[in-house]
Design a protein around this ligand. Structure first.
Ligand SMILES: [Zn+2]
Length: 543
């Protein structure tokens, strides 16, 4: 069964955002779809350094649209560009500044590799991005830009841009208010003498060749060599500047669907300029658009102290691929995603995933498509029905991985109430490895559990609480069977008998044993400790 056939008729009619987009896409491209031509979806990243985690939002957003279209039997190809053609206009930190500074202004493909054995400067960054993205199972065709220029695929749009230079200058002026001088042409040639592209200025176009100059002080970040001449702008000799180039790529690749990050969508911003150039100069309709909000990574302060940066790969390593995918699609594109690896983001994300699983598998009384759908879409193999697995909650697991005397599978079976299936064991150990990594490196103090040996300071109990905890201590000490259920049962009965609110009894229990105000499921948690110790500490704390 495909995931598109929802499991239950009791979902509300509300669509998840992915379907809202695919409905509009199918309406706009109905002719192309009827002809059985694949829709072209595109996104890109310039490989000028390690790729920031924020780029994953665009990749997953475009990829999930392709995935949903496939479910609906609409063919599409998601082409992701690893841009190796832009000029090097800045140096990432962590690379040898002295070695790479002389290459500033060259196209990235012409800059030497960071590590031996790689093709060029961009290779390692592209491969690392693939390692972060590929485990999510999205249908992606990776491509490089440079070979398209070399093969002459951009020749026609370069000619159109040069012929339309005056109109492109006007479009800049009309749309963004930032005009270009009358002698500006929308092209950068690669200087045949120094190899730089960021420093050259085209000053004339005669229909066959451009006149150019490699200017010493054209840009702040690179120095030109002063060479002047004329040359053909075709077959990889030159590239378009980025706004006309964005539009040109739509035409060259036949792009139907391409969104962009919020920063491109200010009034008069790059998207508007590109759309106008696409329509007026290249006579190509601007693609179906999805503007998406930022991915806010709140971990800058930690990069120095804990060695975790904000790269896509480093963040991908913190999460199972399906949870990473879930993170990127759970919110609709117009909402920002806030991610703080040192805060509660990661535990909350696992909880949210489990909650959505409850909706998908109808374990929730009123299953809601807005929760069930992102769970289904986040699965790695979209053609495989997800298996209904029992999973240990993040908080319980974070407790178990910190208690050397506890066995993960044994505790999981206690919590589940019966034996785990093989698939559940695999899922449990996978999740445990991510939880442990997080606890060991990034987790805030409130997730670190230390079993107390004496009553913590400042335990402020009223008389009713004291009497109840004293009685509970005696009852737990007398228990014949020491298990999560029997402990839970005694706590519950004592709470009722002494007319305590849940908070009045649970908070002191967490305070006494782990000096926190909350923690894992309390009956099970106490049952993992020594029975006599629990009884003694309760009596001592309430005396
Ligand atoms: Zn030069």
């Amino acid at each position: 069964m495909l995931l598109s056939s929802y499991r239950s008729p009791c979902y509300t009619a509300v669509m998840f955002w992915t379907e809202e987009f695919t409905e509009q896409i199918k309406e706009r491209f109905h002719k192309k779809i009827a002809d059985d031509s694949p829709l072209i979806i595109r996104d890109e990243k310039t490989l000028s350094g390690r790729v920031h985690v924020g780029s994953l939002r665009g990749i997953v957003l475009h990829g999930i649209i392709a995935q949903v279209l496939a479910e609906q039997h609409v063919k599409s190809i998601f082409m992701y560009e690893l841009n190796d053609n832009d000029p090097m206009d800045g140096l990432p930190i962590n690379i040898d500044q002295e070695k790479f500074a002389p290459h500033m202004g060259k196209p990235l493909f012409a800059v030497p590799p960071v590590h031996e054995g790689e093709d060029n400067f961009t290779t390692g960054f592209g491969e690392e991005l693939k390692l972060a993205v590929n485990p999510m199972g999205l249908p992606i065709e990776w491509y490089h830009l440079r070979p398209l220029y070399l093969a002459g695929k951009f020749n026609e749009v370069i000619r159109e841009a040069l012929d339309g230079a005056a109109r492109i200058r006007e479009i800049y002026q009309e749309v963004s208010g930032g005009g270009k001088p009358d002698d500006w042409f929308p092209l950068n040639v690669i200087c045949p003498r120094c190899g730089k592209i960021g420093t050259t200025k085209v000053t004339a176009w005669d229909g066959n060749e451009v006149t150019y100059e490699c200017k010493k002080h054209y840009v702040k970040w690179a120095e030109g060599c002063g060479h002047k001449g004329t040359m053909s702008p075709f077959d990889g000799n030159a590239t378009l500047p980025w706004k006309p180039e964005w539009a040109a790529k739509w035409k060259v690749l036949g792009v139907d669907i391409e969104g962009g990050g919020k920063d491109h969508y200010a009034a008069g911003g790059s998207r508007e300029v590109a759309a106008k150039i696409s329509e007026e100069i290249f006579h190509y309709p601007a693609p179906f658009d999805v503007a998406y909000e930022f991915f806010n990574f709140q971990g800058k302060k930690m990069s120095a102290s804990k060695g975790l940066g904000a790269s896509a790969k480093e963040v991908a390593d913190l999460l199972p691929p399906k949870i990473l995918k879930f993170l990127m699609i759970r919110k609709e594109p117009r909402q920002p995603i806030d991610f703080d690896p040192e805060g509660k983001t990661i535990p909350n994300l696992f909880d949210e995933y489990d909650r959505c699983a409850d909706h998908y598998f109808n374990r929730h009384a009123e299953p809601f498509v807005g929760y069930a759908r992102p769970f289904a879409l986040a699965q790695i193999d979209p053609l495989k029905e997800p298996e209904d697995l029992w999973e240990m909650r993040f908080q319980s697991l974070s407790f178990v991985v910190q208690m050397p005397h506890l066995d993960i599978e044994t505790e999981a079976e206690k919590l589940k109430g019966k034996a785990l299936t093989e698939a559940e064991k695999i899922a449990l150990h996978e999740r445990a490895s991510y939880v442990k990594k997080w606890i060991d490196t990034l987790a805030p103090a409130e997730y670190k559990f230390v079993i107390q040996d004496t009553t913590p300071d400042g335990l402020d109990l009223n008389d009713k609480q004291k009497k109840a905890l004293h009685e509970l201590g005696k009852r737990l000490g007398d228990l014949k069977e020491w298990s999560g259920e029997t402990v839970h049962d005694k706590i519950h009965r004592t709470k009722e008998e002494f007319e305590l609110t849940p908070k009045e009894i649970f908070q002191p229990l967490y305070r006494i044993f782990i000096n926190r105000t909350s923690g894992p499921q309390v009956g099970w948690f106490l049952s993992t400790l020594d029975q006599q110790k629990v009884a003694d500490m309760l009596i001592a704390s309430s005396s």
